[in-house]
Design a protein. Structure first.
Length: 157
């Protein structure tokens, strides 16, 4: 039972989903703060400019039997949702869809070329092998001699 649970948790898509949820929650916090810090004051300034009333929409919240209906909070939540959805679409969904289309067409991006260091090390290795020297993988170490390990013959291919 625990092995099945471990297999379920260690599946790549479950871990990716968990990471996505955590990042999404953190990103939602950032967007919410952006809305509260910048967009709400901007909307208030625009309302003051449009209405000409220095109090803006103060006192315009409808009430029913003394219970206010805060429509501004709903507009704030809608803006937060739209910003979060747009950011996730353009930063995650759209690039992943483009990559999936490339893979379908067989146009995967080529692998990155080896760095200059890797090229230089490859040249050194090839020069050593050409000069008759053994590579580190072919050498026996002093520890092998002390422990009495014998070299294993190469596996037949």
């Amino acid at each position: 039972m625990l092995k099945g649970f471990k297999d379920f948790i260690m599946r790549g898509n479950v871990v990716d989903l968990a990471v996505g949820v955590v990042i999404g929650a953190a990103f939602t916090g950032v967007v919410t703060q952006l809305t509260k810090s910048f967009l709400e004051p901007l909307v208030r300034v625009l309302i003051v400019l449009i209405t000409g009333n220095p109090k803006g929409l103060e006192g315009s919240t409808p009430t029913f039997r003394g219970i206010p209906f805060d429509w501004v909070a709903f507009v704030n939540a809608a803006i937060t949702f739209l910003l979060t959805a747009a950011a996730l679409y353009f930063l995650v969904v759209y690039p992943m869809n483009r990559l999936a289309e490339r893979r379908k067409r067989g146009e995967e991006p080529p692998p990155a070329a080896p760095s200059e260091e890797v090229k230089l090390l490859t040249e050194i290795r090839d020069a050593l092998v050409a000069a008759g020297h053994t590579t580190p993988g072919q050498q026996r170490g002093a520890l092998d001699d002390v422990l009495g390990r014998s070299p294993e013959p190469p596996a037949a291919r």
